[in-house]
Design a binder for this molecule. Structure first.
Ligand code: G6Q
Length: 540
């Protein structure tokens, strides 16, 4: 049965008519127990989703929708290595990457947990040796800087976590180079000493144009400064394509493999996390994994009505498909999480930015929203204006921590006062009546009041989730990332799409290859007039 013809979908559509005309203010006035009903605690996470346009009936119907989409089996299929990425014929096992080495998960005849821990152990040995100086650069100096060369999933996740855990840094500094724009590697290398720099080439396929180009330039920089033999001391790689890495000149003991069942945007838990282990040490990396694993267990074992990723996914579906929101803002109130939205922009939009269902049909309902965001309070001085008073309906997630890692003076109470004030202002606004009485108190003339009153009115009714977490630690960050990964999966299941492929990135890559070749022949005649005109302008 198609999604839109399910009775649960139809019921939600009927309910949405009323909720498009309902104000959050009314929902709160009518039900004093609202906060208790629409909030829950799981370990050190507290989620308040009461500032959404839902009531018991809507929530119950959303839960029924999840059941009717066989979410339970979909979750178990993922954990149990079914080939749910059916357009690429692959299993999806990022959850196995953070599973302890206990029990068995068989895939293609191997115990995945054992495979995973073998690589984790070799990463751990290598990291320890680099960190304590047992492994040094060619000239006998300790490694002080690591350059991670990768893009997309081989960059965004590890970079976000690196920034996220900077408080815990006690190893070499990591620099991330992703863009094929020569500026990125040039500006990075400018400040580095080849004698003390280790390059990590992070590429699942080891064919990605940007990464291979940057890796070649890094190699050239190193060889020019030192010599050809230095490559063996100053390079390591993380890849599923061991053969290609060997051809590049990296020795086997410096190749950290992973597998096809790890999707790029879900790979920070695999060997792709090596820069994190180098920077923070193996123990911290294991804490990150264990945080994610505890969220995996919560997701797998908890009934849907109490399940954080499921609830957040369902609220997202309600806003996206029934209340017509087309974007979703991620607003962490923690400077360390300043790359959080960038990472989840990829995880969410690359996973659920699809318009063909699992049966191969074009679909006629909305799928993944536009994901964006910046940390608070910076965003408040920039784009919040539009969320408060613009014409778009933008649901948001506010993510904050009870205690700060840098508890100086009164910074944290100030940060968090803004955090709570914003969701209140968004939800409840400021009525014109109140604006008028405030302006009267300021002794403004009635003409002035009439002129200004609507400009100063806040309609409110802007929905948000609030996630309040005890403290930003490797464990809580691991759990937070896993929470959002699973939210994206739940939505993909309900939309009946495959969240694990990314065919949408292929066409541009292919055309770029052709154009690069044509730049030599200067014959662009096969292109449309705009592309031809631009290319001629570029080469002349
Ligand atoms: C992520 C995507 C994509 C990928 C990059 C880098 O899910 O597949 O962002 O991670 O294209 O690919 P490689 O790791 O193969 O270089």
């Amino acid at each position: 049965m198609s999604l839109k013809s399910k009775p649960e979908w139809k019921n939600l559509q009927d309910l949405s008519i009323k909720f498009k005309e309902t104000h959050l203010k009314t929902l709160f006035q009518n039900d004093p127990s609202r906060f208790g009903q629409f909030s829950l605690r799981h370990e050190d996470f507290f989620l308040d989703y009461s500032k959404n346009l839902v009531d018991k009936e809507v929530f119950a119907e959303l839960l029924k929708l999840a059941e009717s989409c066989d979410l339970k089996s979909a979750i178990s299929d993922m954990f149990n290595a079914k080939r749910i990425n059916h357009t690429e014929g692959r299993a999806v096992l990022h959850t196995a990457l953070r599973h302890p080495n206990e029990g068995t998960l068989l895939f293609e005849g191997d115990n995945v947990y054992e495979q995973v821990h073998e690589v984790l152990d070799s990463m751990s040995k290598f990291s320890k040796k680099i960190r304590n100086g047992d492994l040094q650069g060619q000239s006998g100096k300790n490694i002080t800087d690591v350059v991670n060369i990768g893009i997309g999933g081989s960059d965004l996740g590890p970079k976000m976590v690196y920034e996220g855990l900077l408080h815990y840094l006690n190893g070499p500094k990591v620099h991330f180079v992703s863009n094929v724009d020569g500026t990125h590697i040039t500006e990075t290398l400018k400040h580095l000493d080849p004698n003390t720099t280790l390059f990590l080439v992070a590429s699942k396929t080891f064919t990605t144009q940007e990464t291979m180009t940057n890796a070649a330039s890094a190699r050239q920089w190193l060889v020019q400064a030192l010599n050809e033999d230095a490559v063996a001391y100053h390079f390591a790689a993380m890849s599923t394509n061991v053969e290609a890495v060997t051809q590049f000149g990296i020795s086997k003991d410096r190749i950290f493999p992973f597998w096809d069942f790890v999707g790029g945007r879900y790979s920070l838990w695999s060997a792709i996390g090596l820069p994190l282990m180098l920077a923070f040490g193996p123990d911290r990396f294991h804490e990150l994994l264990s945080g994610a694993h505890s969220m995996d267990n919560h997701f797998k074992l908890t009934e849907f009505s109490q399940n954080l990723p499921v609830i957040m996914a369902l609220i997202g579906i309600w806003n996206n498909n029934f209340l017509d929101a087309d974007s979703h803002a991620l607003l962490p109130y923690d400077q360390y999480l300043h790359r959080f939205a960038a990472h989840f922009q990829q995880v969410d939009m690359e996973s659920n930015g699809k318009s063909v269902d699992n049966q191969g049909n074009f679909i006629d309902y909305q799928t993944g929203p536009i994901i964006w965001g910046e940390p608070g309070t910076n965003g408040q001085h920039a784009f919040y204006q539009l969320i408060h008073q613009g014409t778009k309906f933008i649901p948001s997630d506010f993510i904050g921590f009870k205690s700060s890692l840098n508890d100086i003076s009164d910074h944290h109470p100030k940060l968090m006062a803004n955090f709570f004030a914003q969701t209140e202002a968004l939800a409840f606004g400021l009525s014109t009546d109140k604006v008028v009485s405030q302006l009267k108190e300021q002794n403004l003339s009635s003409e002035e009041i009439d002129r200004l009153k609507h400009h100063k009115t806040f309609a409110g009714n802007k929905v948000s989730n609030t996630l309040l977490i005890d403290r930003l630690t490797p464990h809580s960050l691991g759990a937070l990332i896993a929470l959002y990964e699973h939210k994206v999966y739940v939505q993909g299941v309900i939309w009946n799409i495959n969240p694990f492929d990314q065919w949408g990135v292929e066409l541009g890559k292919k055309l770029a290859k052709t154009i690069l070749e044509e730049m030599n022949t200067k014959d662009f005649s096969k292109h449309d007039s705009s592309t031809q005109g631009l290319l001629n302008e570029f080469i002349n």
